[in-house]
Design a binder for this molecule. Structure first.
Ligand code: AMP
Ligand code: ZN
Length: 122
């Protein structure tokens, strides 16, 4: 756990969140400021700042995180098939538009148009 990291505090239940999935490695919860009808964040439970810090040893939980995406999307209101679908975004570093320094994957879905920050929805 990293001090002053809001996502570590969510993992530790020191801050509230609307959880939609949890296992030993990963946590998923609703984004507090949704930019699409469906907006879920998926994070590793351990603190890692961004995708820039990932190494080969992170492959197991990263693979698990990616495989979880379609399941969470379907369970939380994203429509299936070519007329539905979802977008995933992993902002990394300042140039990548990352605001919270704990690696997270956005799942965005639901009928368009979506409103909100261009960095995520354009
Ligand atoms: P990023 O710009 O990729 O770092 O996105 C950070 C995301 O975290 C934004 O979409 C915020 O709305 C979201 N966020 C910040 N604080 C919280 C919180 N306490 N609970 C849920 N989502 C949050
Ligand atoms: Zn953290």
């Amino acid at each position: 756990m990293s001090e002053n990291c809001i996502f570590c505090k969510i993992v530790a239940n020191e801050l509230p969140s609307k959880k939609v999935y949890e296992d030993d490695d990963l946590l998923a919860f609703l984004d507090i400021s949704p930019l699409a009808p469906v907006h879920i964040l998926v994070i590793p439970k351990h603190h890692i700042v961004s995708l820039q810090d990932v190494t080969d040893s992170d492959q197991p939980w990263l693979g698990k995180m990616m495989a979880l995406v379609p399941k969470l999307a379907a369970e939380n209101g994203c429509e299936p098939g070519p007329d539905g679908g979802f977008r995933i975004v992993v902002n990394s570093g300042q140039h990548g538009g990352q605001e919270v320094d704990h690696l997270h994957l956005h799942i965005l879905g639901g009928p368009r148009p979506w409103s909100g920050r261009a960095s995520l929805t354009a």
